[in-house]
Design a protein around this ligand. Structure first.
Ligand SMILES: O=C(O)CCC(=O)C(=O)O
Ligand SMILES: [Fe+2]
Length: 397
């Protein structure tokens, strides 16, 4: 039984999307009934009603920073014009189909491809993972971070990338990164369930849900890339099992006060895998560099939404037509609160060959350009070689 509603609230009163990056919003409501049965906000349960509500959000709308608990974090009150990209779905009158209709998958696929090729990211709503599961994991990790250092050290990150990393020097730059990290990988390892009761169940629940959501997105991506629907899933068959580097990461950034030189929350980088799913609380600070752009833009917080962003491997597969998204987390100017986030890094099985696909991806306002890629047999890497190279670059001291 679910402990709270699964769906994020996307209504006219949802005033917390503060994005200068114009992040596309992708609605997954019709993708999987297993998620939908967990419930949606009243009034959005019926697709026709949802469609009406959605239409009120289409086009340019005014978004105001929230006036409540998070207003101090998100800066002074001002309005921002943001173009929202809202999906429309064919209405299934019986509402009984167990699996999404082909047309729905195709629509999600094309929106996802467009979002990832143009922006490198999208916000997913109605994805089916209840917000209370995120909050349970945030609370469990808070409790872990409050344990004495000698206890936390017992769970330190091992050579398989599993475990706890305390705040310290950045892996990417000369900065000091003020964040606690707990990586859960397929090799398995200890979880602090004795010291923090409920830690394991919070992690297990999220691991299962993130895997399920990833499977749905991999199917949509494969369809968008004009491959068979199971093309990518067959290459990600062992997520969070041995033989696959996918990782569930809990993150806590303690309060810091004002920004200081040489101090970062998370330095600029691209993720290594296929894509990353990211849940975040309302503290803010996440910034992205739009593909081919120099400027850093702030990604706002849409309650309950999960962000998806491209990683290195998807960029390789698509010959950079879906470029890896550079991102960072900065210390917010106006707030000294802590930030919580949860990342699910989706990686292919380690024996997967990473070579460019023959694929065509439609760019905005352009006819789809056929991109026939030369497959270079020499120099083709497996996912295992790719991740090992990236770990060497990142952790070499
Ligand atoms: O905490 C965040 O929001 C981002 C974390 C991140 O980008 C990472 O760990 O790779
Ligand atoms: Fe990242």
């Amino acid at each position: 039984m679910s402990c709270c509603t699964s769906a994020p609230i996307v209504t006219q009163t949802c005033e917390t999307l503060l994005s200068k990056c114009e992040v596309p919003i992708i609605d997954l409501a019709h993708m999987d009934v297993k998620f939908r049965h967990l419930g949606q906000p009243p009034g959005l349960r019926h697709p026709r009603l949802w469609k009406e509500k959605a239409s009120t959000l289409e086009g340019i709308i005014n978004l105001m920073p929230p006036s409540g608990r998070c207003s101090g974090i998100n800066g002074p009150r001002r309005s921002t014009n943001v173009t929202l990209d809202i999906f429309e779905y064919s209405y299934n009158s019986r509402g009984t189909e167990r699996y999404p209709q082909k047309g729905v998958v195709k629509q999600v696929a094309s929106k996802l491809l467009r979002a990832l090729s143009e922006k490198g990211l999208a916000l997913l709503v109605n994805h089916g993972i209840p917000e209370c599961k995120m909050k349970a994991a945030y609370r469990a990790f808070d409790a872990f971070c409050e344990l004495p250092e000698e206890v936390r050290t017992k769970y330190e990150r091992n050579e398989s990338n599993y475990g706890y990393v305390k705040p310290g020097p950045s892996k990417y730059t000369d900065e000091k990164e003020a964040r606690h990290v707990f990586n859960v990988t397929g090799t398995g390892g200890p979880l602090p369930d004795e010291e923090v009761p409920g830690f394991k169940s919070a992690v297990d629940e999220l691991a299962r849900d993130f895997k399920q959501l990833s499977a749905m997105l991999l199917t949509a991506l494969a369809v968008g890339l004009e491959q068979s629907p199971d093309f990518l899933m067959s290459k990600h068959s062992r997520m969070l099992e041995p033989g696959n580097e996918s990782t569930l990461r809990l993150l806590y950034y303690p309060p810091l006060g004002a920004p200081a030189p040489g101090l970062a929350r998370c330095s600029a980088h691209c993720d290594y895998g296929t894509f990353t799913l990211l849940a975040q609380d309302c503290e803010g600070g996440l910034e992205i560099q739009t593909p081919y752009g120099e400027r850093w833009g702030r990604v706002g917080h849409l309650p309950g939404a999960i962000l998806v962003n491209t990683g290195d491997i998807l960029a390789n597969w698509t010959n950079n037509q879906l470029p890896a998204l550079r991102h960072r987390v900065v210390v917010p100017e106006h707030c000294g609160r802590g930030r919580h986030s949860i990342a699910f890094f989706v990686h292919p099985d380690t024996n997967t060959l990473i070579e460019p696909l023959d694929t065509k991806i439609a760019q905005a306002n352009q006819e789809p350009a056929l991109c026939r890629l030369q497959k270079k047999k020499r120099g083709v890497m497996t996912a295992y070689h790719h991740i090992q190279r990236r770990f060497r670059e990142t952790y070499a001291s």
